[in-house]
Design a protein around this ligand. Structure first.
Ligand code: NAD
Length: 426
């Protein structure tokens, strides 16, 4: 793992360039992805400490009890298109460090980073066969889910597929963690710093062209500040430079496919017919020669509208106007997803109450994209995660190991002619 850490760090620009060329995300975004993935390799370097079990001396007379963590054997990871380097690192770093062998099935849309990481693992000295990349789509996934020798499956992707992976894998006796989609709400209270909130909403909604499971896709604005907040967001949008990652000034690249671009554009086109207000239409003046959309802003979105209810997974931010904190909290808790959320306020008491009340796995206080650092674990609630263990961090170590408890008694050398006692100083 230490060698792997050095190699990823030395090759970070090359990995980022691969991501930009294949996925389309701009270089600064790709470098950020590599850095966040690398954190997980660094965490796994501490595995000797993380695999320690418990020990109870003299649990009964002459009896000691202790627990040990052991690897599961062959485990697999199935990953989405949007973080082709980071999400594999979320999984394989801990899985390998715990002593498992790993099969990675990357997204068929951008598998090159996985192939490159496999090369680096080989250079780092990992024996052949310990890390394997299997390319393909549903057929390869189904073979993994059916294969009797695979003990566990870690999945990240959309909610319908996550549910399918969880149900099929567990039916086949495997341990499964399956992370799904999201619809992350940002609640802005009247006492918030509105410029900070507008900067955060724009960065979190349109970064990575909105193709992030932790993107903010809904701003919940209390009526008294909603007009001002919408104005501030609208004012920031024209400055965002959209275009190919090959031009270093660009801040937002294309969407992953033409089909996905058209689907996202469909939500923008349908918003007004649903009763929402299209404030900025990102379909106009989008650069040609790729699957580009510019940022869109939709105001007055409400539950029951497709643009509010469904995961869009593109550069579209909707605003829902609410009368108070309780209405905002209710909307977040009623949503089918529970991946991430954020509150913007200067009131510590309200923020603390929000942390307590909200039915979401990852919460930001004046932080719009609260992806946990690698020594915590990443995971949503509700339809954003199927399974018990969250991804990476301490939960990742638990997911890729199983615990054995040993109860042990040794013959007392004073009562036995055979001395099986521990070596001791006499
Ligand atoms: P996806 O569900 O289409 O694909 C994910 C993986 O599943 C890929 O490897 C793909 O080959 C495989 N797959 C696709 N269809 C399948 C099928 N019918 N049967 C078996 N396997 C199948 O997701 P995507 O489009 O690659 O990624 C975007 C989605 O991932 C979004 O919904 C996003 O929110 C989610 N996501 C979630 C997280 C998280 O941590 N919760 C992180 C990143 C992305």
């Amino acid at each position: 793992m230490f060698h792997m850490r050095e190699l990823i760090s030395a090759n970070r620009k090359e990995i980022a360039s691969l991501l930009s060329a294949e996925h389309g995300k701009v270089l600064s975004d790709a470098l950020g992805e590599v850095a966040r993935g690398l954190e997980n390799v660094e965490f796994a370097c501490g595995v000797a400490n993380l695999m320690k079990g418990g020990y109870s001396e003299q649990a009964s007379t002459g009896v000691d009890v202790y627990s040990i963590k052991q690897p599961l054997g062959v485990v697999a990871g199935i990953t989405p298109f949007n973080f082709p380097a980071m999400v594999p690192m979320w999984m394989f770093a801990n899985a390998l460090a715990c002593g498992n062998t790993f099969i990675l099935k990357p997204s068929e849309k951008d598998p090159s980073a996985s192939m490159f990481l496999a090369e680096l693992l080989k250079q780092a000295g990992l024996p052949d066969g310990c890390f394997n990349v299997v390319n393909g789509d549903k057929e390869a996934v189904d073979r993994i889910l059916d294969h009797p020798d695979i003990a566990a499956v870690s999945f990240v992707g959309s909610t319908p597929i996550a549910k399918y992976i969880y149900e099929t894998g567990t039916r086949n006796g495997k341990r499964v963690q399956a992370l799904g989609g999201a619809k992350n709400h940002m609640l802005v209270l009247p006492d918030a710093d509105l410029d900070m909130a507008a900067d955060a909403a724009v960065s979190a909604a349109y970064g990575s062209a909105g193709e992030r499971c932790m993107a903010i896709s809904v701003v919940l604005a209390i009526d008294s500040v909603a007009d001002a907040l919408v104005d501030k967001i609208r004012a920031r949008i024209p400055a965002i430079k959209v275009g190919p990652a090959s031009e270093p000034d660009n801040e937002m690249g294309p969407l992953i496919t033409g089909e996905h671009r058209d689907k996202v554009a469909g939500y923008v086109g349908g918003a007004e017919a649903e009763g929402a207000t299209l404030v900025v239409d990102g379909r106009t003046d989008a650069p040609g020669g790729g699957f580009f959309l510019k940022p869109s802003l939709i105001d007055n979105a409400k539950p029951g509208m497709r643009c509010y209810d469904e995961e869009i997974f593109g550069p579209v931010l909707t605003v829902t106007r609410i009368s108070d904190y309780d209405e905002g909290l209710r909307l977040i808790n009623d949503n089918q997803y529970g991946n991430g959320t954020a509150i913007f306020t200067r009131d510590g008491g309200v923020a603390r109450q929000f942390e307590f009340d909200v039915q979401v796995g990852m919460v930001g206080v004046n932080v719009p994209v609260p992806v946990p650092v690698s020594y915590y674990s990443f995971g949503g609630w509700k339809a954003s995660l199927f399974g018990d263990q969250h991804m990476y961090g301490p939960d990742g170590i638990n997911f890729f190991t199983r615990t054995k408890v040993v109860t042990s008694r040794w013959p007392d050398p004073r009562t036995s002619s055979v001395d099986l006692g521990f070596p001791q100083n006499r």
